[in-house]
Design a protein around this ligand. Sequence first.
Ligand code: ADE
Ligand code: ZN
Length: 312
Amino acid sequence: MHLHIEGSLEPELMFDLAERNGVSLVYDSVEAVRAAYAFDDLQAFLDLYYQGMAVLRTVDDFDDLAMAYLRRAHAEGVVHVELSFDPQAHLLRGVSLATQIEGLRRAMRRAARELDLSTALIMSFLRDRPAAEAMQVLEQANSHLELIDAVGLDSAERGNPPGQFAEVFARARDLGLARVAHAGEEGPASYISEALDSLGVGRIDHGVCCLEDPALVARLREAQIPLTVCPLSNVRLKVVEAMSDHPLPALLDAGLKLTVNSDDPAYFGGGVLDNYLACHEAFGWDEAVFKGLARNAIEVAYMDDARRLELL
Ligand code: ADE
Ligand code: ZN
């Protein structure tokens, strides 16, 4: 449920697409790209993430990117994927919204046919760009609304509070779209409350900083607001020092509705299964805990009721 499709771009595909599109990369090998993936914080990662995705130009590129990821996810036992994408990052390079959505949706249709994988598409706005720009993108998306399931909010969190996007999210609600937002990844617990109050989101991406505020934890528990937690991402971006310091056990003890996700699998050390394995190793969780986490995801995912019943 928390997967940036551009963050699934493995260095090998990055080189293939660079060659196909005549884009020059600043790295001379796949190993050099991987060696650069040592981040001090979210911004250091975002700089490379936006640079890497510049190889994506055509419908085929978005299709190939998504299909490669969906095949890997399927191979590790994933049955439903919600792909988030960052339209502004591509629009700024002259790649149309139609190109992006057509490519992603083509892969999603193929995954349904060939892999029995259900999917949803989340269009995320960049919180470090103006809200007016996000609104323009939402208006452009009007002609593709049946292909979009939800809107999200991501990119650099500190200093970019959710409330700035209240009008955009109100418009998304009026258009019938579900809403999610990154909050409490690097930013304060107050951004989580603000995302709930000002944006009306039904889920919080990350949310790990909620533990700073006991009243907020009580609210999240009482309303059973899902948190899409990404433990390996939090380690790689130095939100926590190591898996052994991760707040997931405390969040679980607090009775919160948790799911475990991969965020940007090509950059942070693997997919959902790797995140599950890291939790098993760090916390000694047994099968019952993982079944509970997977059940939470199925209960709150954007899928039709027939699919939900089939998976539960
Ligand atoms: N965009 C891609 N990955 C992200 C993350 N972990 N936080 C915020 N924005 C992102
Ligand atoms: Zn994320």
